[in-house]
Ligand binder design. Structure first.
Ligand SMILES: *Cc1c(COP(=O)(O)O)cnc(C)c1O
Length: 330
């Protein structure tokens, strides 16, 4: 039997399951939400589940500093800064942006949390991030630190186990609920959440299908990236889990103008779900994923009236406020 790697406890678990009654009625399919935006207040969202495993590995290696990267409003970078503070070590964040930015949203919290922040340009981020990580690590080692690198989104082998564990949690909740969700829908930004959900489903020999709505790049890119992450994750297991490429289901077509950018449809979805269900989505991830889910429910290609669909609310609230201006027109 496969055992998951060691983890530290950082998130408030289990996160609740809630029915979305009015949306279910409107779209004619049972839709529930798993509130992973409730994993914490400051540590809110999906990244903390992955960090529970990554931080355990870091501490086991004697690390006293976490290095990671992300956009200026990265939920992952903020969650890493919180996680470091919670276990009593330091953090260094490599952020895409410049010092001129207003402290707002996640970036404001990064500052409050005392993270060391290193700004890089979008070009550097795109083409040199690996060498920037190594340089930063070397600099910090010279200062006497023992740094541990967490890649973007903690979407690597070890981070994958966060959502494999979430499947275990969900399975227990389903026993109480008296039914199972045959389809799970989640936003895909770096693929680690998706990889974990699929791995967890396979580890429990479940039939459910996992659907990812990509918020950047395209389906082909994420299928490869997720497949690679899954291979890396297998390295931590003592028994191989068979996963076919065809089981990686990415629903493309809802990226809009690009990562972190929105079209009016995304913003309408955020507003609609807020008013109909009292559920606040974020514009970068969950707003796009929900736009995809609702549009696909209408199209009927991936979902039918018999399905029991679970939407994972992966958090991201702090990213809503810095883009307040976008909402003035809807
Ligand atoms: C990072 C993030 C995602 C995407 O998760 P990945 O594992 O990177 O694909 C989804 N929602 C929110 C709010 C996030 O911060």
């Amino acid at each position: 039997m496969n055992k998951l790697p060691e983890c530290v406890s950082l998130a408030h678990l289990p996160t609740p399951l809630e029915p979305l009654r009015r949306l279910s009625e409107e779209y004619g399919t049972t839709i529930y939400v798993k509130r992973d935006d409730y994993t914490g207040s400051e540590i809110s969202g999906n990244k903390v589940r992955k960090l529970e495993f990554a931080v355990a590995e870091a501490l086991n290696q004697g690390a006293d500093m976490l290095i990671t990267c992300g956009g200026l409003q990265s939920n992952h970078a903020r969650a890493t800064a919180v996680a470091a503070a919670k276990v009593g070590i330091k953090s260094c964040l490599i952020l895409r942006g410049s010092e001129q930015e207003q402290p707002d949203g996640n970036y404001l919290l990064d500052i409050l949390l005392g993270a060391q922040i290193k700004f890089v340009t979008p070009e550097q981020y795109r083409s040199e991030i690996k060498s920037i990580f190594q340089e930063t690590k070397a600099e910090l080692e010279k200062e006497g630190y023992k740094p541990y690198i967490i890649p973007e989104g903690a979407s690597n082998g070890i981070g994958t186990f966060g959502y494999a564990a979430a499947i275990e949690e969900l399975t227990k909740q389903e026993e109480e609920l008296g039914f199972t969700f045959n389809k799970i829908v989640v936003a895909v930004g770096s693929g680690g959440t998706y990889a974990g959900l699929l791995l967890g489903t396979k580890l429990h020999a479940q039939e459910r299908e996992i659907y990812g709505v990509n918020v950047c790049d395209n389906a082909e890119y994420f299928t490869s990236r997720i497949a690679t992450t899954l291979v890396e994750a297998q390295g931590y297991l003592n028994e191989k889990v068979q996963i076919e490429r065809g089981e990686i289901r990415i629903i493309d077509g809802y990226v809009g103008p690009g990562y972190g950018l929105n079209n009016p449809e995304h913003l309408e979805t955020v507003k609609k779900v807020a008013q109909l269900e009292g559920l606040i989505l974020d514009p970068v991830y969950t707003g796009k994923a929900m736009t995809g889910l609702l549009a696909e429910l209408e199209k009927g290609q991936y979902f039918t009236a018999q399905d029991k669909v679970l939407f994972i609310h992966t958090g991201g609230h702090f990213g809503l406020f810095p883009v307040r201006d976008r909402f003035s027109k809807i």
